[in-house]
Design a protein around this ligand. Structure first.
Ligand code: URA
Length: 432
């Protein structure tokens, strides 16, 4: 067996055997296959796809490319993962909420991919927050405080770590077999007993329409079943960005505000839906409506916010920013984006907002790119808002004046403003 033959087989639209998939994953992880060869195979998979059996084999090979964590000593661990979005700060908010119900949160998160953000980049905008704990430290923290969120360690699904970074820089992100194997391999390796998946759908997500989102959801649910991990997928709307900020420290601030009770409507709906299913899987209540109320109670009584503090501090993060947001790095230039006419915002293309945020430095174009935590976009107006000509729609936060002005112009073009009020959007589209 050799990699050239495997690449040619997929290039010619043939099915790969379990052995071929394992050969590729093992040898790429061990650096016996070069990045350019892996890139060719990944692109062939992206273009020609994989069936259910190939995808399951790829997932299992990736999961077994490193250690498989055993979290059984922690009890029922319900993991959550998102297929990625713009302004997606759900983990930052949901992790302490779930932990406030005494459900252990032992989560491994990723960095940004393509134009979507990553939880780890967001957490790294908190001064001194340590994302790279050893597995022993990670488990110890969960035992001590009920919560820890770290980056994928090299030992856990290392094949995914390499492939994820590679896909990002070769424009091979939006693929059902690649996304489902990436997510499910990490979930299997990370040792969760049950999984809730946020499958984002819309222009700012990897899945652009409900049909593809459903396909991805069903594929991941199937893999979950095969791995004996109960899995629920919630398809959520990603036509416009989630919440009002896009950019790392800006999103941390929005998350803290949420936990203090200042909730953006779309973020609130997604949090309540995902959170309620996590409570259900953890055995904390069968009734979704009642679970939503329980979550709101733990926000109102401050328990979720307290957990956030305990969590960040236990991972060495400096929590003094909670009293004074100025302690987080600030962008040098803040430029308003003004409405060009009267009317209603009818569209705010999430992908374009994600690209603007990335252009400002909040995301990566090359895998070595350094993230600027302080830059990004604050959206004062979203779809459905009435606006007057000259009113402020958004702010660009940037470190370079020229870039700030050029991206403000770009964002102005992204806002579609028309006379007729659009239909209210649905934030949760389907539960599978
Ligand atoms: N999240 C992941 O972990 N992997 C993907 O491929 C996409 C989103």
């Amino acid at each position: 067996m050799n990699i050239q033959e495997i690449i040619a087989k997929k290039r010619d639209k043939n099915k790969l055997s379990k052995e071929e998939i394992e050969y590729f994953v093992q040898n790429y992880t061990n650096e016996n296959i070069a990045d350019y060869q892996a890139a060719a195979l990944v692109m062939a998979i992206y273009i020609n796809g994989m069936d259910e059996e190939e995808t399951t084999n790829l997932t299992l090979a990736m999961a077994h490319s490193g250690d498989i964590l055993d979290l059984s000593e922690l009890g029922t661990v319900v993991d959550k993962h998102s297929t990625g979005g713009i302004g997606d700060k759900i983990t930052l908010i949901l992790a302490p909420i779930i932990s406030s119900f005494d459900i252990p949160v032992a989560k491994m998160s990723g960095k940004g991919l393509g134009y979507t953000g990553g939880t780890i980049d967001k957490l790294e905008s908190i001064p001194n927050y340590k994302t790279n704990l050893t597995i022993e430290e990670f488990i110890q923290k969960v035992k001590q405080n009920g919560i820890a969120v770290i980056s994928q360690t090299l030992k856990l699904a290392p094949a995914d770590k390499k492939l994820y970074a590679l896909r990002d820089v070769i424009s091979a992100t939006e693929s059902i077999p690649l996304i489902s194997s990436s997510i499910m391999s990490k979930k299997i390796a990370a040792g969760a007993s049950k999984i809730v998946l946020d499958v984002t759908c819309g222009i700012g997500a990897f899945m652009k329409n409900l049909k593809d989102a459903e396909k991805l959801a069903k594929m991941m649910k199937k893999i979950g079943e095969l791995a004996h991990k109960e899995t629920i997928c919630i398809i959520t709307n990603m036509e416009e960005p989630l919440g009002k900020t896009v950019g790392n420290s800006l999103e941390v601030i929005e998350s803290v505000e949420f936990l203090k009770g200042n909730m953006e409507q779309d973020v609130k709906e997604v949090i309540l839906e995902l959170g309620s299913y996590m409570l259900k899987l953890a055995g904390k209540g069968e009734n979704i409506k009642q679970n939503k109320q329980k979550i709101l109670n733990n926000i109102e009584n401050g328990k979720a916010f307290e957990k956030f503090k305990v969590w960040i501090e236990s991972q060495n993060g400096d929590i003094s920013f909670l009293e004074d947001y100025k302690k987080l790095k600030k962008a040098k230039y803040i430029v308003p984006v003004l409405a060009q006419n009267n009317g209603y915002v009818t569209s705010l293309n999430a992908q374009k907002v994600g690209e603007i945020s990335r252009n400002l430095g909040a995301g990566r174009i090359k895998k070595e790119d350094i993230i600027l935590p302080e830059v990004g976009v604050v959206l004062e107006k979203k779809v459905g808002y009435a606006v007057q000509k000259g009113e402020i729609l958004a702010y660009i936060h940037a470190n370079n004046e020229e870039l700030a002005n050029s991206q403000a112009k770009e964002l102005q073009k992204v806002y579609e403003i028309q006379n007729n009020k659009p239909e209210p959007k649905k934030n949760v589209l389907k539960v599978i």
